[in-house]
Design a protein around this ligand. Structure first.
Ligand code: FMN
Ligand code: SF4
Length: 411
């Protein structure tokens, strides 16, 4: 019997435990059908349900999903059917949530993709995923078609292996057969993206959340999270030694529930994120509303802790070096500005001093907002936050010491 045939309509009950997405289903379509049940809604009503749910994108910018879908649907004309792309590129080195989701719940991602395609009347769907997962995902797509679970095949595309390759226009470029680099975005992708067609690009976690909203509705979705930021989110936890794992948390959960209060600092939002002083951990929550108080945001759910006794300036220069090397080399301020910023930051780490910190701040301001994509902006944000969170280290490095390692210095 097929997975579709073995599933009585409405047999699956809405998940009530802490985990909604990562419930241990894996590749098995029969198990997916038994645990989650069939898809429920078709057509534009899905947009209404998503709108009521308050779902925002889980790829970093937390943009309202329904707004993007309305734009794509409105832009569609008779000759220009829209396209939906699942973004599983995950170019961020501190993130593993998308690969874990694609391993543990690929059918939720593909069901969400189908639901969004139905909502915006799309004729084509794509899944951009790490090359290592692509053969497995293609086999999953084939099985869904073979048993009648899905009607239209999703094309699985190998992601380009760069930091910037998960940016929306880079993903569209990759699907179009290009190298997967960002493009200048004068017209929104939702209006004119792949081959000029209205194109919806969503992070794979966003789509998996859509698959659950489709089945269990907006009210169920809002049972978790906060009023302003409903739902759960996947969070990748790491420290200076390793990626510790991926957790599914309610939005608004205490930051201290996922990170040790003794940490010297926490980087939230990843390489384009913001350093937060460890002393603030106890008063913050995993939500945009709470993290805004310290100029941060959860981004794509990355929480990286810097243990007590570690140097934040050294940790940051390693990241800035990496980001400078990841410029796609298309915009001058990014191509030349980021290496200059990285050199200046290294100079600061080596020699310390307020003047060098000022030079770093000035260079960050020079690149901010000056690229076709947000790569320079994210790098500038990281650098600025480091200058604040590790301000105690700046004078110490000038006298050959580091506050983090000085007895009685910053913890
Ligand atoms: C430099 C850069 C890299 C990005 N990398 C990713 C990525 O790897 N995966 C992802 O889903 N979004 C990434 N984004 C965000 C996407 O541009 C886009 O906002 C997101 O895929 C939209 O999906 P969502 O609405 O579901 O969040 C990146 C953005 C920038 C500026
Ligand atoms: S800002 Fe940098 S990464 Fe973005 S498109 Fe321009 S050169 Fe490429």
């Amino acid at each position: 019997m097929t997975a579709a045939a073995t599933t009585p309509l409405g047999a699956a009950s809405a998940p009530r435990g802490r985990r909604r997405l990562l419930v241990g289903v894996g590749d098995d379509l029969d198990r997916h059908a038994a645990v989650h049940g069939p898809r429920r809604l078709h057509g534009p009503v899905i947009i209404d349900e998503i709108d009521r749910s308050g779902l925002t994108g889980r790829g970093g910018a937390a943009f309202p999903v329904a707004t993007k879908l309305v734009a794509a649907r409105t832009a569609m004309t008779r000759g220009q059917r829209s396209v939906v792309i699942a973004n599983g590129a995950e170019g961020e080195p501190l993130s593993r949530k998308d690969v874990v989701l694609l391993m543990e719940a690929p059918h939720l991602v593909l069901d969400g993709l189908a639901a969004v395609a139905s909502a915006v009347g799309a004729s084509e769907t794509y899944l951009v995923a790490p090359a290592s997962l692509a053969p497995r995902l293609r086999a999953i797509v084939d099985r869904r078609i073979a048993v009648g679970w899905a009607r239209r095949p999703t094309v699985v595309v190998d992601a380009a292996d760069r930091f910037v390759s998960g940016e929306t226009t880079a993903v569209v470029d990759r699907v179009a057969g290009g190298p997967g680099l960002p493009h200048d975005r004068r017209v929104p992708t939702a209006t004119a993206g792949l081959r000029g067609r209205p194109t919806v690009v969503h992070n794979v976690e966003t789509l998996a959340q859509v698959a659950l909203i489709d089945r269990h509705g907006a009210e169920w979705f809002r049972e978790r999270g906060t009023g302003a930021e409903p739902g759960s989110m996947l969070v990748t936890l790491s420290d200076d030694r390793e990626i510790r794992g991926v957790a599914e948390c309610d939005i608004g959960a205490p930051l201290a529930s996922v990170v040790d209060r003794s940490a010297r600092a926490v980087l939230v939002g990843g390489f384009h994120g913001t350093w937060i002083d460890g002393r603030a951990i106890g008063s913050l929550a995993l939500s945009a509303g709470s993290l805004r108080e310290v100029g941060a945001s959860p981004g794509a759910g990355i929480v990286h802790s810097l243990p007590a006794g570690s140097c934040g300036l050294e940790a940051t220069v390693a990241i800035v070096d990496h980001l400078a090397g990841e410029s796609a080399g298309q915009c001058g301020p990014c191509m030349f500005g980021l290496p200059a910023l990285s050199d200046a930051f290294r100079d600061l780490v080596t020699h310390g001093g307020a003047e060098r910190a000022e030079i770093v701040a000035r260079l960050a301001a020079t690149v901010d907002g000056r690229g076709a994509c947000a790569h320079p902006d994210g790098t500038a944000r990281l650098v600025r936050s480091a200058l604040v969170a590790f301000a105690d280290d700046v004078p110490q490095h000038a006298v050959g010491r580091c506050a983090a390692r000085t007895p009685g210095g910053h913890r």
